[in-house]
Design a protein around this ligand. Structure first.
Ligand SMILES: Nc1ncnc2c1ncn2[C@@H]1O[C@H](COP(=O)(O)OP(=O)(O)O)[C@@H](O)[C@H]1O
Ligand SMILES: [Mg+2]
Length: 186
């Protein structure tokens, strides 16, 4: 993209989008598509869980915050490394509570959240159909209990809410528009 004198796109550093929301809402699907469309780096937040945490989720045991802080810090370290390399990036992370989001944001002002939202019945249905995933459908309910939607202060700082009722291509288009991002040319 060529920046015109007086144009609307100011030069800025690398950008980070954390795709958040309950399990089954579409973070991996939309996050991967977003990264491909933008030509940005991508990471799956689930991949930063310890083996012990994965075993707990397999067993249907919700994680405690004590289990989550080191996980969030590993995701944060990945974001920091991408930013240090001048690389814009997309990472998935449920980030259901405000304190988790604050942990990821701390010292990383480039971080914005894309909050994917859907009624619980829609998500429960998708999770039931999904194969080979450590999060059982029985945990969907607890996810909604924990979920703290984006606060006005967070959306004022650039985070956005996008409903996922519709096919992935539509959700991707909505996400790009909400974030004010354009697909990369190549
Ligand atoms: N917009 C959508 N419409 C229909 N199915 C979807 C949509 N987004 C995701 N899915 C499907 O729903 C399931 C959960 O999506 P996934 O991306 O794995 O969610 P998450 O990463 O948030 O747990 C998957 O089987 C996926 O193919
Ligand atoms: Mg996922």
């Amino acid at each position: 993209m060529t920046l015109q004198a007086g144009g609307s796109a100011p030069a800025r550093g690398p950008d980070v989008v954390v795709v958040m929301g309950v399990s089954g809402v579409g973070k991996s699907t939309i996050g991967q598509a977003l990264a491909t469309t933008l030509g940005w780096a991508f990471a799956e937040g689930d991949a930063f869980h310890s083996a012990a945490a994965v075993a707990m989720m397999h067993a249907g045991v919700p994680l405690t915050d004590g289990d989550r802080w080191p996980w969030l810090d590993r995701i944060g370290a990945w974001i920091t490394a991408e930013l240090a390399a001048g690389q814009s990036a997309v990472v998935t992370c449920s980030a259901l509570r405000r304190v988790y989001r604050d942990r990821l944001r701390a010292g990383r002002p480039a971080v914005r959240f894309l909050d994917l939202v859907a009624p619980e019945v829609v998500v429960a249905d998708r999770v039931r159909r999904r194969v080979q995933h450590f999060m059982p459908a029985s945990l969907v309910d607890s996810q909604y209990v924990v979920l703290e939607p984006l606060e006005p202060e967070e959306t004022a700082a650039g985070s956005v809410v996008v409903p996922v009722d519709g096919p992935p291509e539509l959700v991707l288009r909505r996400s790009l528009a909400a974030l004010g991002l354009e697909p990369c040319a190549s």
